[in-house]
Design a protein around this ligand. Structure first.
Ligand code: ZN
Ligand code: ZN
Length: 618
């Protein structure tokens, strides 16, 4: 766990982010009448679990409640991100003492947890058990082996939590400003500890930290300072703020200067630490972050062959579309060049820039109707999705994202934030609209909303678990959204229009390519030139997009593979169940049961549902 960075860092770095929405509290007995009696411990779905908790279940519930409470005290910044504000005034100093305390905490918790046998737990608790165990082991591994606190200066940044406190009206403004002033007292010690820890920084992470720390400085000197100046705080508080602004700014500037000097030295050095973490660390990080039944190497191999399959499908479609769009033009000899020509040609079909938000709004009911008509997944209309323009303070990226209420605020709406194209000039808007053209916009809405992220959230809310809402599995969440894109098209959404399939494959190729790139760069030492060439010439990406992806792949590890891994595992689970049940297989049952386990790792869901699904579909 890094210091004071978003807890959901694995998801936060995506353009398309998803917050988890599961409330604290226990399940009500609304589905108890569906309870199956024959199955001993694991019920038919996680929602219809045994009515009475076993002794082990009670012990586990007690353990997880106590774990979370201590976890928030130890990581008050993460608590703020999760919407738990009790410790919002605390800013831990990332020094040796704190690190030792965190490690000791996790070791002790692991010892306590392993006294519980997961086989004696109900399905909801069993999946929570595996998530928690993985989380704790991951923390211990990060602290003792990965040690990114020594080489990644960008993980030291106080801005995020101050930003949340400034912009979230969870208590009156003056109280939040006072909390900000109190927290600022610890900023100089925070950055001094960071500097002490950073014994071996990489150049790429150092340059990122310089850039981001300048943003942090601006947050204090501009946004926070002006809010304080305009506030009704008493004069003595404003004076205290001015003092602390001076010392905080000086500390951040000192950190930036120190990093600048480091960067100059690292640029000249031939022995500087590589940003690539290499094979062994990568395999382990993959194991903890993704929680897959594949190894990273196996997944990489799978992605390579999937890329070939998708290329072949695209070539087939482009071949048949060629006469329709290029009647009098000779087909390019290079098959992928032909595919690209068709894609470029048909991308001009897109909505007008001022119609972007409305066209998305209109499409959600159409997707819902399709899912209902084809009996694909149970749709719950209790909490409709609200499509809205992204609020100003959240507009970091263009694009669209699902914004779900946090674990402590489950009553709030789920929003589909769509950023209007107001800040684009004509060329930028045109380029963006060509990317999110008539066909791709539909795929995006499937992914983000129905039956992708939004539908998954609605289902996971029925299996309420604080553990899953805080530590839910990102590969399952992203994998589900990617899986639904293919599933919808396979079920006939869009009437098998070749253009829609072609655009789908282009979109899917990005997910496949992310996996290939990440492994190739981090483990196989792929260079920038070759990476860019691969993205542009094999995945039809624009140079600017490819450049951004290269940068992301140098700064993060493993996260880029989460989409493809989750998708592959869900698809494979479905195919295995089809094989096991033959013509008794029922797609809707599969989806409903799969989603009933909440945001748990796919291998765990498989373990908990496979036999039961087969037994109930004989
Ligand atoms: Zn146009
Ligand atoms: Zn997504």
């Amino acid at each position: 766990m890094t210091f004071d960075t978003p807890l959901k860092i694995k998801l936060k770095t995506l353009t398309i982010t998803v917050a988890f929405s599961v409330a604290a509290g226990t399940l009500t007995a609304c589905q108890a009448s569906n309870l199956k009696t024959q199955v001993p411990v694991k019920a038919h779905t996680a929602n219809t679990q045994a009515q009475t908790d076993s002794i082990a279940d009670k012990a586990f519930s007690k353990f997880s409640a106590s774990f979370i409470d201590q976890f928030w005290q130890l990581y008050p910044g993460h608590a703020v991100y999760a919407g738990f504000y009790q410790y919002d005034n605390l800013l831990p100093i990332p020094d040796i003492k704190t690190q030792k305390k965190e490690l000791a905490f996790h070791q002790k918790q692991l010892a306590l947890l392993t006294t519980i046998n997961p086989d004696t737990l109900n399905a909801k608790n069993a999946s929570d058990f595996y998530i928690l165990k993985n989380q704790i082991e991951s923390e211990i591994w990060s602290a003792t082996e990965l040690k990114s606190g020594q080489w990644d200066p960008s993980q030291y940044n106080v801005a995020g939590v101050f930003g949340v406190i400034l912009n979230t009206p969870y208590k009156p403004l003056n109280e939040r400003l006072k909390t900000i002033i109190e927290r600022m007292n610890h900023i100089p010690a925070y950055y001094q500890a960071a500097q002490n820890n950073l014994t071996n920084p990489t150049l790429t992470h150092t340059l990122l930290a310089v850039q981001q720390s300048k943003g942090t400085l601006a947050l204090f000197e501009n946004s926070i300072a002006s809010k304080i100046a305009k506030s009704t705080l008493p004069k003595k508080d404003k004076q205290l703020f001015t003092q602390r602004l001076n010392t905080s700014s000086a500390a951040i500037k000192h950190y930036i200067n120190w990093l600048d000097q480091k960067a100059i030295a690292l640029e000249k050095s031939t022995t500087a630490k590589d940003f690539r973490i290499g094979k062994d660390l990568y395999e382990k990080k993959f194991k903890y972050d993704i929680f897959s039944s594949y190894t990273a190497k196996e997944l990489f191999t799978k992605a390579l062959s999937e890329k070939e399959r998708v290329h072949q499908e695209m070539i087939k479609i482009a071949d048949t579309l060629w006469p329709k769009y290029f009647k009098d033009t000779k087909k390019p000899a290079n098959k992928l060049t032909m595919v690209k020509a068709i894609i470029d040609h048909i991308s001009v079909k897109h909505v007008k820039r001022d119609e972007f938000v409305n066209s998305i709004r209109r499409q959600i009911p159409e997707l819902e109707a399709f899912v209902l008509q084809h009996d694909l997944i149970t749709m719950d209309k209790d909490k409709p999705l609200v499509v809205r323009e992204t609020p100003e303070y959240q507009r970091g990226f263009a694009g669209a994202s699902i914004n779900a209420p946090g674990p402590y605020d489950a009553a709030a709406n789920t929003y589909y934030n769509v950023t209007p194209l107001d800040n684009f000039n004509d060329d930028e808007a045109e380029s963006y609209l060509r990317e999110y053209n008539h066909w791709l916009l539909q795929i995006l809405n499937i992914h983000e909303a129905v039956p992708g992220h939004y539908t998954q959230l609605v289902h996971s809310n029925k299996s309420k678990s604080l553990i899953k809402s805080i530590f839910g599995n990102g590969a399952m969440v992203e994998g589900w959204a990617v899986y639904t894109e293919r599933m919808m098209l396979e079920e006939g959404y869009g009437d098998n229009e070749p253009e829609l399939w072609l655009m789908y494959y282009k979109w899917n190729l990005r997910v496949i390519m992310n996996s290939i790139l990440d492994y190739s760069i981090q483990v196989n030492g792929l260079t920038e030139d070759k990476a860019l060439d691969m993205m542009v010439n094999q995945a039809f990406q624009e140079p600017a997009e490819a450049q951004g992806k290269w940068r992301r792949a140098t700064l993060s590890q493993v996260q880029l593979t989460s989409y493809f891994t989750g998708y592959s595992e869900i698809y494979q689970l479905r195919e295995e169940l089809k094989k096991a049940t033959g013509d008794k297989f029922n797609l809707k049952d599969f989806h409903d049961q799969f989603l009933s386990f909440g945001s748990a790792p796919v291998p765990i869901i498989k373990k908990l549902m496979f036999d039961d699904y087969v037994n109930s579909h004989k």
